[in-house]
Design a protein around this ligand. Structure first.
Ligand code: ZN
Length: 540
């Protein structure tokens, strides 16, 4: 048997301008050997032909530059979000339109649990509620004596019932930032950001690390990725304990269909974090790439916890929260830049983006160096001036385009107002400024699906059907580039993946239709038939 396999497809779209399209790709040792027609690899010796991709359009394996491993295992909890959603097994969970539907849905769900087990839901988003805010009183209707926690879709907030508050010791006398108090002086049940949520999570056994680091969680993540045509994905804030890394190395060895780029969460002493990142980089394998770090700066815009520049939120809410204080952002940027460690920096609000760019600028003047490719993540409110600065500083941006569809109408009405909502997720401004871009879902915050994300960047439709900021729309080729080569560049993996080019990994997304041939509005409806990872075919 030959060690060269020639795959035939309706069309390979390579993302390589030297040979943009082909009907055949030859693979040897998991890498692309030749591109062209059925005879493309004949000069290399005997070949075998593989027709399993025939009839499909094949793209480079799609790359998700900002997602979280718990997108697989979070489904152990009840989904209570507003939008319909499909789980890793392909089951549809219908969206729940209001707080009453959440209460009813969780009552049903609780019947399937042990009688004293905590009831945990996820995916809820108060911004879609037209009535009052979800509170402990709603959740007490489900059960007064079992602890209940609803994790919001942005993972920055939650709402819990009276029993859970009691377990954490939160009461009228509590003075912890993020424990929200009602008119009556007692906690409403809503908890904002990590410091407030952590005591509850610990007592209810909600462990974001546990949702990421078991073999089942990692395999569930691979399943979610395969359904989306994704062959390389990040886990963009990981505690990366040694035993977790052992598990990831074990699970991802062999024919595992996914390359994972776990990124170390940078909370704490900068030198200690840098030491750990350097140690992790040395343990990298083909399927597990380590060594970068993630900074969390502000919160989320739809939770009113993002740090925004003047004039702030249209409802007059206070200006957000820092998960990492500006001085600490400066210290982390200086240390990572000095040590040559790539940073991914969460910035939702424009003040957070500005502070982060200031910190990077300071770090670069203290420790000059090229090719760092620090990546600003989300970049939702970055205006032209901030993109120009990102370009000057050699930064990349990974833009949260899914927000336009999921939250665009709410941003107009409730958070930023018409004008600033128009320039949210401003991919066109980024490209005009010369900043390399990727586009992302932040799964499980929104569903993983780069073709959908590309659709958002191309069409900028909101849920109500309006076009938000038409001037920021990308073309289909620009968006497809961003979810392949663009994302590869932000991960410093562009020499290995992102295009179908000789020498690169044979990672493909196998699609039911040609994304460059359909109406741009149909981009999101193209079916994913499976993936090819390192030359191994994984059809659904
Ligand atoms: Zn994220």
């Amino acid at each position: 048997m030959s060690d060269i396999t020639v795959f035939a497809a309706d069309k390979f779209i390579t993302m390589d301008p030297n040979m943009p399209e082909a009907t055949h790709v030859a693979v040897r040792d998991g890498r692309v050997l030749a591109i062209g027609d059925a005879q493309c690899a004949d000069a290399w010796g005997p070949v075998q032909h593989d027709d399993r991709l025939k009839g499909a359009t094949v793209l480079p394996g799609l790359i998700e530059g900002h997602a979280h491993m718990m997108a697989g295992a979070i489904w152990r909890y009840a989904y209570v979000g507003y939008h319909d959603r499909i789980d890793p097994e392909g089951k549809l969970w219908p969206g729940l339109p209001d707080a009453d539907a959440v209460v009813t849905g969780l009552k049903d769900y609780a019947k399937g649990l042990e009688s004293d087990a905590p009831i945990v839901g996820w995916g809820f988003d108060p911004i879609f509620l037209t009535s009052e805010r979800l509170s402990r009183d709603h959740l007490d209707q489900i059960s007064p004596d079992r602890p209940i926690a609803i994790i919001f879709s942005n993972f920055h907030l939650m709402c819990v019932n009276s029993r859970a508050l009691e377990m954490a010791g939160y009461d009228a006398g509590t003075n912890v930032e993020g424990v929200i108090m009602g008119q009556n002086g007692r906690p409403t049940g809503e908890l904002q950001e990590m410091a407030a949520m952590f005591p509850i999570m610990r007592r209810l056994g909600i462990d974001f690390r546990g949702l990421s680091q078991t073999p089942e969680a990692i395999r569930a993540y691979a399943k979610v990725a395969q359904r989306a045509g994704v062959t390389t994905i990040t886990d963009l804030f990981s505690s990366m304990e040694d035993e977790d890394v052992d598990v990831m190395l074990e699970v991802t060895s062999g024919d595992f269909p996914l390359r994972i780029v776990p990124v170390l969460g940078a909370m704490g002493d900068p030198a200690t974090i840098a030491d750990k990142a350097e140690r992790l980089a040395k343990r990298s394998t083909d399927k597990l790439r380590m060594g970068a770090v993630k900074l969390m700066t502000d919160g989320s815009i739809q939770g009113w916890t993002a740090r925004v520049r003047w004039p702030g939120y249209i409802g007059g809410q206070p200006n957000g929260m820092w998960n990492t204080a500006p001085e600490a952002i400066y210290a982390l940027c200086a240390e990572m830049q000095a040590r040559g460690i790539q940073m991914h920096i969460h910035v939702n609000g424009d003040e957070a983006a500005e502070v982060s760019l200031d910190a990077i600028e300071a770090a670069l003047s203290a420790h000059p160096g090229q090719g760092h490719r620090h990546v600003l993540q989300h970049c939702q409110m970055m205006d032209r001036d901030l993109y120009e600065r990102a370009a000057e500083l050699g930064c990349c941006t990974n833009i949260f385009s899914n927000h336009i569809w999921y939250f665009g109408d709410q941003h107009v009405a409730l958070t930023l107002g018409e004008d600033r909502a128009h320039r949210m997720d401003a991919a066109r401004s980024a490209l005009d400024a010369g900043v390399p871009i990727a586009l992302h879902s932040d799964a499980p915050v929104t569903p993983l699906g780069p073709l959908f994300t590309a659709w958002c960047a191309v069409n900028r439709r909101t849920m109500s059907g309006r076009v938000l900021g038409a001037v920021q729309c990308l073309t289909v080729p620009e968006a497809l580039y961003a979810i392949t080569m663009g994302a590869a560049f932000t991960l410093k993996l562009d020499s290995e993946i992102g295009s179908i080019s000789v020498g690169k990994r044979a990672d493909f997304a196998v699609l039911g239709d040609d994304p460059t041939g359909v109406d741009p509005m149909a981009l999101k409806d193209i079916s994913v038939l499976g993936t090819v990872s390192g030359g191994t075919v994984h059809l659904l």
